[in-house]
Design a protein around this ligand. Structure first.
Ligand code: C5P
Ligand code: ZN
Length: 470
């Protein structure tokens, strides 16, 4: 079912019904996901409830588990607003008053207004897939949450920038090097408010906070010969263009450069990459001009990383405080970010130095045991996918030990998805067959499986991947 005017009208109507339900509630429990999109979504929902003067409690979860479901079912609040989570588990909830604003692939067993045993469960389910849109790039969890917030009160457009942060945090801009679909409409709201500035720039991470050499060397999509993974190459390149690395004894960052310096570096890099890769190097970048420079909050992608580095280390609340404008939370977030950086680089080195990557015909995988956190392994797998030691055209599967079994993260590049790969389906089916559970998106999905079933799980994953793509 493609996105049509009719579908959009249906979505508007459903949003308006959910908004009426929310306005009429006496209290609300907000349950959101711990990643950047989830924290932005949780913040939009929390601010919306606060503005309605509805008492609220906000909690963050890694995933929906049986415990989350019983917490939701037994919550005292008369409304439960689940953000960036929940769509995969709709038929499991057993209470009324639930609103879900999510973009994960929905639970196929659920029907609108269905009767679950003898309890009548009606859920306001707001998810792009229901309206013929693709939740992996057209709108994210924070975006759906924002659309509901705007339906509650049109003056909530000052929250649109949080939905932009959520979308880039979920890499929704990576396919076309810019935001598209409903994300584009949300971006317009943020632009009109002066909260987001759209700039054509290098699509590299760290425009606000990374010293120039690091800014360039970590470019891996596309790989730039002589620059990627090559700090001395970067220094020589900048030297040759007469771009000083320091100013008044301080390392310069990309946004310290003059327009002329930026143009010289950009042109120089474009000459080094193949013509068909240029669209990936250049594209839209989103600046948040009202936020202080040097903090990592002024660039949407860096803002998302600040949130990730809180949520994935059990401190989503600090991320929430930042989204709600509490600048005193920044010092804590800085410590979280330093920890995040350390953990990611140790994790990458661990996989590389121990040669953990294994290749099969239709996939590549590694098992990091207890050396990488289950909340970060997906980020690490995604980063490895674009390095020279990985096959760009095969999905990557990562295993780590978790409390409740083996955590699996799967990532693939978008060209595989456009050839039919759907990792969400792969994870859900393969995990289900070995007694686990999983889901997610076409290019990023995850699962939890029994530890003794890894080999069998890989066999099944390989079967499904080959039937979808090869
Ligand atoms: O944990 P990871 O970053 O690999 O998750 C990738 C995507 O898959 C996320 O959107 C997450 O919500 C989803 N996922 C899921 N069920 C799981 C694990 C992950 O839907 N058991
Ligand atoms: Zn999300």
């Amino acid at each position: 079912m493609p996105a049509t005017g009719g579908n959009l009208r249906r979505m508007e109507r459903d949003l308006s019904e959910a908004a009426t339900a929310l306005r009429g509630s006496r209290s609300v429990l907000i349950v959101s996901h711990i990643d950047a999109d989830g924290i932005s979504a949780g913040a939009v929902a929390s601010i919306t409830a606060d503005r309605l003067s509805i008492p609220r409690r906000t909690v963050f979860e890694k995933k929906i588990t049986e415990d989350t479901i019983s917490m939701v079912d037994s919550a005292e609040e008369d409304a439960v607003w689940i953000c960036d989570l929940g769509s995969g588990y709709l038929s499991e909830f057993g209470r009324s008053g639930i609103i879900v604003t999510d973009h994960h692939v929905p639970d196929p067993r659920w029907r609108r207004d269905q009767t679950v045993l003898d309890s009548f469960t009606s859920i306001h389910h707001l998810n792009p897939h229901v309206y013929g849109m693709d939740g992996s790039y057209e709108v994210c969890g924070a975006g759906m949450t924002y659309l509901l917030s705007r339906a509650v009160d049109p003056s909530n457009t000052d929250l649109a920038f949080l939905a932009v942060v959520g979308a880039v945090g979920d890499f929704q801009d990576s396919g076309e090097s810019r935001l598209v679909g409903l994300n584009r409409m949300i971006l317009r709201d943020a632009e009109v408010n002066g909260d987001v500035l759209v700039e054509d720039d290098l699509r590299l991470f760290g425009r606000e906070t990374r010293p120039l050499t690091q800014f360039l060397q970590f470019c891996n999509e596309p790989v730039i010969p002589g620059i990627s993974d090559n700090p001395s190459g970067c220094t020589a390149f900048l030297d040759s263009l007469m771009v000083p690395l320091k100013e008044n004894g301080r390392w310069r960052v990309w946004n310290d450069l003059s327009p002329d310096e930026k143009a010289r570096v950009t042109d120089g890099l474009l000459e080094l990459v193949e013509f068909n890769q240029r669209d990936r190097l250049l594209g839209e970048m989103y600046t948040l001009p009202k936020l202080p420079s040097g903090t990592g909050l002024r660039d949407a992608k860096e803002y998302a990383t600040v949130l990730n580095s809180c949520g994935r280390y059990d401190d989503a609340e600090t991320g929430l405080r930042i989204c709600m404008g509490d600048t005193s939370a920044l010092a804590v977030a800085d410590r979280n970010r330093a920890e995040h950086r350390r953990h990611i680089s140790t994790a990458l080195a661990y996989v590389r130095d121990n040669h953990l990557m294994r290749e099969r015909r239709f996939l590549q995988y590694f098992d990091a045991g207890s050396e990488i956190r289950e909340t970060v392994v997906g980020i690490v797998a995604g980063m490895l996918l674009n390095t020279p030691e990985c096959r760009h055209n095969l999905p990557i599967i990562a295993f780590v030990d978790a409390e409740d079994g083996t955590k699996v993260s799967a990532r693939a590049n978008r060209d595989l998805a456009s050839r039919g790969l759907d990792l969400s389906e792969v994870m859900k089916t393969a995990a289900g067959l070995v007694g686990g559970f999983g889901g997610g998106h076409s290019v990023a999905a995850g699962a939890t499986i029994p530890p003794e079933s890894k080999e069998e799980f890989l066999d099944i994953v390989e079967d499904i991947v080959s039937s979808q793509v090869f």
